[in-house]
Structures are given as structure tokens and as C-alpha cells.
Design a protein around this ligand. Structure first.
Ligand code: UD1
Length: 420
């Protein structure tokens, strides 16, 4: 397995261009399956998860092409299979997002139970329940979810017991081609949901209220497709701000969408960093100082994103003072804590509550990356630490950060990837 070697102790300084959103790209790629005409998507990040979903679409027979601008064009007229290969689905939980579009448009889907990050049990009951509410018949056999329908799916009112991001996306996509009106109550409010709805509307759907407590979808008989540009990645943006905060640096993130990261910015402000912004950039300047410790609890949007918990825990690890970090979305998402302790972090762990007492300096160590965001956190810790850090199993980071080492390198990090 490849590893990263980091010589720490350098503040990150400079500017970094933010890529397209991973979590927006994945449902938008799945949504290509809904369209009869050609669809073109711009600003897709070059990431392992995106490649996996493109491979999955290709395995169904979707004709895909990429031009010199990295615009991806899809033509679904060549589809010859409605069963997804389990080796691709196991690589990534978001593969479940093809279920809704496939059963809604083609009347059938066979998707194996998904894999992905090891951050909790992550069931898919809300996805399955949503499809059933729209009239799909679902059976579970030998580790596969089989969905079918008689006639078109039918619009329904669906109240989600928890605002699951993926289930909201699957239901929106399936309902777009259903007969009649679908109301989703208590949907996820994440910006990626709004981006997906905007995209589907451009491609011919009729969706209102994305980003509000009720989403209304008037089913349409067909969608023609078109062009859509994926929004910037808010988690990547905040990850670079966290890297600046933890190293006492000054980093400007460019090509960002400010309105999407309010709750995180509020926490960055409390670190004592000087935050400034323009229409499409945000900058944090720590003026060489250690951050102040900041309490936070993760929650569904507009709460603090669970995808930033690990990185912000590192900021607290080198902060002045003590802060509590509570994870409420996933039951096993404080796995980076054990590795951070190897680097000298002072963290008491009690279930999903971590109490972090900042130390002036972490020290380099050999650590193992356990999932995507934990890997990013360890990289930040390695850059902030004194001495050398080796991070094993770094492949996780390629699932979610485009050109991570190159971008960090440009900001002054001393970071090298070594083959196994
Ligand atoms: C998405 C994001 C992921 C982020 C998460 C929460 C993508 C590709 N991934 O994941 O980066 O961390 O939102 O913001 O967009 N749950 C159920 N039953 C279900 C579905 C979910 O119990 O059917 C539970 C999960 O186990 C978890 C919680 O709901 O505890 C949140 O999951 P969900 O919002 O669905 O996250 P994902 O869509 O998987």
C-alpha cells in the first residue's frame, strides 16, 4: 500500500483552487441514467469515487466520453444491463444512488449492498423504504437489492425519520420520472441536495423546495438532459482552512461557494483566525498564532458537517485550551483519535464525545489512515507536527481530494508519496 511521508513544522501559506464537489458529482452522475438525451457535466473532480461511479455507469452500457475540458458526456441509449457489478458497488456506498434512477426509468435494478468508509453500520433502509413508498417492489436476495415496478412509479408523501442525504437524493431522482406529485418531508438540507435538484431541473425535471423542509417533485414523463456544472466542494474548502488553522498559516481558497459553509466558518472565526472573503474566495490568516480551542457538535445541515469533524479535531489538538467534539451522525467516526494520540495529542474519548486539550506541538509518528476524512486529518496533523510522519493506507484520501499532495505542496507542505 502507498504511504505518505511528511516533514512537518511548516505553516501553510498561499492560495489553492477548490475542485468540484465529490458529494454533488456522485448523485449527478447517477442522475444521468434518468435522461433520454445526452447529458454533459462540467467541474467533475478527478477522484477515485468519481472514477468508480463512471466505471459503474460504463458497466451498464452507458456511453461515456471526456473532452479536453474534462467535460463528461453520457449517452444512455446504449444501456444493456440493469445489474451493477458488486465489486464496484462494494468500493463505494454512493453506488446505491443508481437504484432510484434505474428502477424509475427502466423498471428494474439489481444493486448489491454497498460498501464505503468504515465509519459505522450505515444501513440503506431509508433508501429502500423511499422506493417502496413510490410503488417499487423490493426484494433482498443473496446480498442484492432487487427493485422492479409495474407501470410508472407513483408520487407519494414520504416523511423521512432522519434527513439522510443519500436517501433524499435517491427519492428525488426516482420521483422525477414518477406519475404525480411527491412530497419529501424532513429531507436532508445539504447544499449537495440543492445542486442535484438544480441539475435535474436543467435536465427536464420539476423540483421545488430543495434546501427547505419540504421538497415537492412533480413527476415528468421524460427528461431530455443537457449541460450542468457541479458546485465547488465545501468540504475540500474547509479542509484547507483547517490545514491553515492547525499550522498557524495563511491560506486563500479560490473558486468556492461561500453560502455553503456558514456553520464551519463560524467555528473558524472562533479559532481567532482572521477570515476575509470575496465573491468566490475565502482566506484565513492565523498570523503565526496557535488557534483557540472551539467546541462543536456535528449535525445535519445547517449544522457542523460530520465530514469536517476529523480535520477540526486536529485544529483543536494544537489549540490553546480544551474543547469538546461530539459526533452525532455516525457511530464510529472518531477513529483518527487513536492515531492522533500517537502523535502526542491529548484526547479523552468517551463514546462519541472527544475532549481535546490542545498541546503546543504534535510530534511526527507512524500512523494509519482509516477512512477518507480521517486520512485528511492525519495529513494536516503531520504538516503541523514536529518531525516526520508516515501515513499508511493513504489510498483513502484519493477517494475525496483531487491532487491533494500537489495542492499542499504548493502551499509549502513537505510531503511525498511512496509506493509500497
Ligand atoms: C453523505 C455523504 C457523506 C456524509 C454524509 C452525512 C455522499 C456521497 N456522502 O453520505 O460524505 O458524511 O452524507 O453528511 O454524499 N442512515 C440510515 N438509513 C439509511 C441511510 C442513512 O440509518 O437508509 C443513517 C446512516 O447510517 C448515518 C446517517 O443516517 O448514520 C447519515 O447518513 P446519510 O445522510 O444517508 O449519509 P450518506 O448519504 O451515506
Amino acid at each position: 500500500m502507498e504511504k505518505l511521508i511528511i516533514q512537518g513544522g511548516t505553516p501553510l501559506i498561499g492560495s489553492v483552487e477548490i475542485s468540484g464537489s465529490k458529494n454533488s458529482s456522485l448523485p449527478i452522475l447517477a442522475a444521468m441514467l434518468l435522461c433520454e438525451g445526452k447529458t454533459t457535466v462540467a467541474n467533475l473532480p478527478h477522484l477515485q469515487d468519481v472514477t468508480t461511479l463512471l466505471e459503474l455507469l460504463g458497466s451498464l452500457g452507458v456511453e461515456l466520453s471526456i473532452d479536453e475540458n474534462r467535460y463528461v458526456e453520457a449517452d444512455t441509449r446504449t444501456i444493456h444491463s440493469l445489474a451493477t457489478p458488486s465489486e464496484l458497488v462494494k468500493k463505494m456506498r454512493a453506488s446505491i444512488l443508481v437504484l432510484g434512477p434505474m428502477v424509475s426509468r427502466f423498471g428494474e435494478a439489481k444493486v448489491s449492498f454497498p460498501g464505503g468508509c468504515a465509519i459505522g453500520s450505515r444501513p440503506v433502509d431509508l433508501h429502500i423504504g423511499g422506493m417502496e413508498s413510490l410503488g417499487a417492489e423490493i426484494t433482498i436476495e443473496n446480498g442484492f437489492i432487487k427493485a422492479s415496478r409495474r407501470g410508472r412509479l407513483r408520487g407519494a408523501t414520504i416523511s423521512l425519520p432522519f434527513p439522510s442525504v443519500g436517501a433524499t437524493e435517491n427519492i428525488i431522482m426516482a420521483a422525477s420520472l414518477a406519475e404525480g406529485t411527491t412530497r419529501i418531508k424532513n429531507p436532508a438540507l445539504e447544499p449537495e441536495i440543492v445542486d442535484l435538484a438544480n441539475c435535474l431541473n436543467v435536465w427536464g425535471a420539476n423540483i421545488r423546495g430543495a434546501g427547505t423542509p419540504t421538497i415537492l417533485i412533480e413527476g415528468v414523463p421524460k427528461m431530455n438532459g443537457g449541460f450542468f456544472r457541479v458546485m465547488p466542494d465545501r468540504i475540500e474548502t474547509a479542509t484547507y482552512l483547517a490545514a491553515a488553522a492547525a499550522t498557524g498559516g495563511k491560506v486563500r481558497t479560490r473558486h468556492v461557494e461561500l453560502s455553503n459553509i456558514g456553520s464551519v466558518l463560524e467555528k473558524f472565526r472562533k479559532t481567532g483566525g482572521d477570515l476575509t472573503h470575496g465573491t468566490d474566495w475565502i482566506e484565513i490568516d492565523m498570523q503565526g498564532k496557535r488557534p483557540k480551542a472551539v467546541d462543536f457538535t456535528t449535525g445535519p445541515h445547517p449544522g457542523f458537517p460530520t465530514d469536517m469533524q476529523a480535520q477540526f479535531t486536529v485544529v483543536n489538538s494544537v489549540a490553546m485550551g480544551t474543547a469538546s467534539v461530539r459526533e452525532t451522525i455516525f457511530e464510529n467516526r472518531l477513529m483518527q483519535v487513536q492515531e492522533l494520540r500517537r502523535m502526542g495529542a491529548k484526547i479523552d474519548l468517551n463514546g462519541n464525545l472527544a475532549v481535546v486539550t490542545g498541546v503546543p506541538k504534535l510530534t511526527g509518528a507512524r500512523v494509519v489512515a482509516s477512512d477518507l476524512r480521517a486520512s485528511a486529518a492525519l495529513v494536516i496533523a503531520g504538516i503541523a507536527a514536529e518531525g516526520e510522519t508516515t501515513i499508511d493506507e493513504i489510498y483513502h484520501v484519493d477517494r475525496g481530494y483531487e491532487c491533494f499532495e500537489e495542492k499542499l505542496h504548493k502551499l509549502g507542505a513537505k510531503i511525498t508519496r511512496l509506493p509500497d
